[in-house]
Design a binder for this molecule. Structure first.
Ligand SMILES: NC(=O)c1ccc[n+]([C@@H]2O[C@H](COP(=O)([O-])OP(=O)(O)OC[C@H]3O[C@@H](n4cnc5c(N)ncnc54)[C@H](OP(=O)(O)O)[C@@H]3O)[C@@H](O)[C@H]2O)c1
Length: 245
């Protein structure tokens, strides 16, 4: 894999934390963003920005820090991984609160759109391999009751990736764009889902059964598949399931 500079959102736990750790341990530099910081990410090549991604003011800081850190090193790959997301509200739509819906869509959809826009604008003339990855979900292609906001934000991310993938396809120093469904991974998100009763979340049985049958993947397995997707080239804007890799 090339020596890369990565910007990864949502690095305090889960997929983002393990992916950051793996990339840094393999010689890459990571700028991670989340409201809290993982104790595991104490490396010289790991830099952290404490930001709430439901507030757009932080986006400028991410691009600024990327510019500063990137210019200090020598890299042959630059990659933005939009990974941060929230699950809540888990409720039928009439029970979802306006504030919860707003925060969810900001973190999972609007911030990734604005950050990607600023990222592409800033580095459009940079003549090295560049990639933007969106960590999506099967929920973006499969409707689920009580998860309408999550399903909608992931469907939006998929369409956004497809659209900008087509924009970038024929550009001189174009960005590779990819939308990735990791499948079920044992993180705090899965634990939140399994903690719901059937009354709260109609499809909870699907998730508890997958867990009991050992079908929920460990973080490390998924990270290896995501790394293959980072390395490989695909049709620009494509949606890919980790299970296909
Ligand atoms: N786990 C699964 O089974 C699964 C399945 C399909 C797709 N995915 C997708 O995979 C990605 C990672 O999920 P995960 O399971 O690793 O989730 P997770 O363990 O809950 O981690 C979510 C990360 O997002 C960050 N985040 C949430 N709200 C934020 C905010 N307002 N500002 C800044 N950062 C924020 C969190 O950091 P702070 O709380 O410290 O801010 C945390 O680092 C998500 O896009 C998720 O939709 C997961």
């Amino acid at each position: 894999m090339e020596k890369g500079f990565y910007i990864i959102t949502g690095t305090s736990r889960g997929i983002g934390e393990t992916l950051s750790q793996n990339l840094v341990e393999n010689g890459n530099t990571v700028l991670g963003v989340s409201r809290s910081r993982s104790d595991k990410l104490n490396y010289e090549k790991y830099h952290h920005l404490f930001l709430d991604l439901s507030e757009f003011t932080g986006i400028e800081k991410i691009v600024q820090s990327t510019n500063e850190l990137f210019s200090k090193g020598s890299y042959d790959f630059l990659c933005l991984i939009n990974n941060a997301a929230v699950l809540e509200p888990i409720n039928p739509i009439e029970k979802c609160k306006a504030g919860e819906i707003e925060t969810h869509i900001k973190v999972g959809l609007i911030t990734p759109m604005i950050l990607t826009s600023e990222f592409i604008k800033t580095f459009s003339d940079l003549d090295i391999r560049k990639k933007v990855i969106f960590i999506s979900s099967g929920a973006g292609i499969k409707a689920m009751p009580d998860l309408s906001i999550y399903c909608s934000s992931k469907a939006g991310i998929n369409m956004f990736a497809q659209s900008i993938g087509r924009e970038q396809k024929n550009k001189k120093f174009g960005f590779e764009i990819l939308s990735v469904n990791p499948g079920m991974v044992e993180t705090s998100m899965q634990k939140i889902i399994r903690s719901k009763t059937k009354n709260e979340f109609e499809m909870v049985g699907l998730f508890t059964e997958a867990f009991e049958k050992g079908k929920v993947q460990e973080n490390d397995n998924v990270i290896e598949k995501i790394k293959v997707m980072i390395k490989n080239k695909y049709t620009n804007g494509q949606f890919i399931n980790c299970s296909e890799v």
